[in-house]
Write a protein that binds this ligand. Structure first.
Ligand SMILES: C[S@@+](CC[C@H](N)C(=O)[O-])C[C@H]1O[C@@H](n2cnc3c(N)ncnc32)[C@H](O)[C@@H]1O
Length: 331
């Protein structure tokens, strides 16, 4: 068994000009794991030209690999993550930056009114006046003659702007203490990867794993019964309004105590990747021993890495956390 030392929580990201995917408030966001993943890849001499991130969440790992020229397949069950993935991970092709900036300027001047979002969420998450502005902005996005890519771009900017002023923790749970800062919604351009090789899906991880023969599949699933679809209501509702064609958020089998084991077995069996890195928690619904056994059935070489946190909020917060990573690879 090897040990991976996790030095700190997420880095401070300069967002003065553009929103970055690395500063998302998202439980289980793996920005701080990037050096550890690189260490695992290097010390096991893994070939990593193509990567499938089966449960991408924010997509920070996909962003990292795509910006280094790798072929990336990124997937998540939540429509919210799909929309942000389409915005941050795919080349914006013919989206004209000047057009987006002009549109964002127009949006930032927009006055609000009481619409469905304000009625549904009122003063929770963000101040009432700003929710009214979200209503007006969402209606503008729906009514304007925008391409699908432009809508991904602008919706991503809106969701990050909401996140910045929201009275929430990393998981959209309301904080007890209101922060005294001025909380005014301000949209900015987004910092996206200029890669044409990335594919983004909004499917069950098993379906995508079956389809793609890649060098490395990264699996970072939820560990507990709390399903991500249960607490991302505000941004999910924005996505639902702007993209009526997307499916509604679904419950994950990984969060269902009766289905979690078989769901993981299906996913591991479905894998066509040459290597897998599977992140999980000692407090998860499935035991480490079970996951190791299943990965051993599929891969000749299996190593377990313990993740030890040296500092950071996870040490003082009672939050679920990643405790280990299982590496499986064939040579
Ligand atoms: C721990 S988070 C991943 C965090 C991600 N590694 C990051 O850096 O942001 C787990 C993710 O798995 C997704 N998920 C849950 N069940 C899934 C399934 N069956 N297929 C695909 N994604 C799933 C959730 O929506 C959630 O975004």
């Amino acid at each position: 068994m090897s040990i991976l030392h996790l030095k700190k929580d997420n880095p401070i990201v300069d967002e003065s000009h553009k929103f970055s995917v690395f500063s998302r408030k998202y439980l289980g966001n793996k920005t701080n794991f990037i050096p550890l993943i690189n260490r695992v890849i290097k010390e096991n001499d893994l070939r990593c030209n193509s990567i499938l991130e089966a449960c991408m969440g924010t997509g920070v790992l996909s962003f990292y690999f795509a910006s280094r020229g790798k072929k990336v397949i990124a997937n998540d069950l939540l429509p919210l993550n799909y929309v942000l993935g389409k915005a941050f991970l795919c080349s914006m092709g013919n989206v004209k930056t000047w057009k987006m900036i002009k549109f964002l300027e127009r949006i930032n001047m927009k006055y609000g009114y009481r619409g469905v979002i304000t009625k549904k969420f009122g003063n929770s998450f963000i101040p009432h006046s700003e929710s009214e502005r979200v209503d007006a902005i969402v209606d503008l996005l729906i009514k304007s003659n925008l391409t699908e890519k432009e809508k991904y771009y602008l919706t991503a900017s809106l969701i990050l702007a909401v996140e910045k002023i929201a009275n929430i923790d990393s998981d959209y749970l309301l904080k007890e203490i209101m922060e005294p800062k001025m909380r005014k919604l301000r949209l900015k351009p987004i910092n996206y990867v200029k890669s044409k090789k990335t594919i983004v899906y909004n499917k069950n991880a098993v379906v995508v794993a079956k389809k793609h023969n890649v060098d490395l599949m990264i699996v970072d699933p939820p560990f507990s019964q709390s399903d991500y679809s249960d607490y991302m209501h505000y941004p999910e509702f924005i996505v639902e309004r702007v993209f009526a064609n997307l499916s509604k958020p679904q419950k994950s089998d990984f969060c269902n105590p009766k289905k979690a084991i078989s769901a993981f077995v299906k996913l591991i069996n479905a894998s066509k990747s040459k290597a897998i890195i599977f992140f999980y928690s000692n407090k998860g619904l499935v035991k480490k021993k079970t996951l190791v056994e299943e990965i051993k059935k599929k891969y000749k070489n299996v190593k377990v890495y313990e993740v030890v946190r040296l500092m950071g909020l996870h040490l003082i917060r009672n939050e679920p956390k990643t405790d280990f990573a299982i590496l499986g690879f064939n040579r």
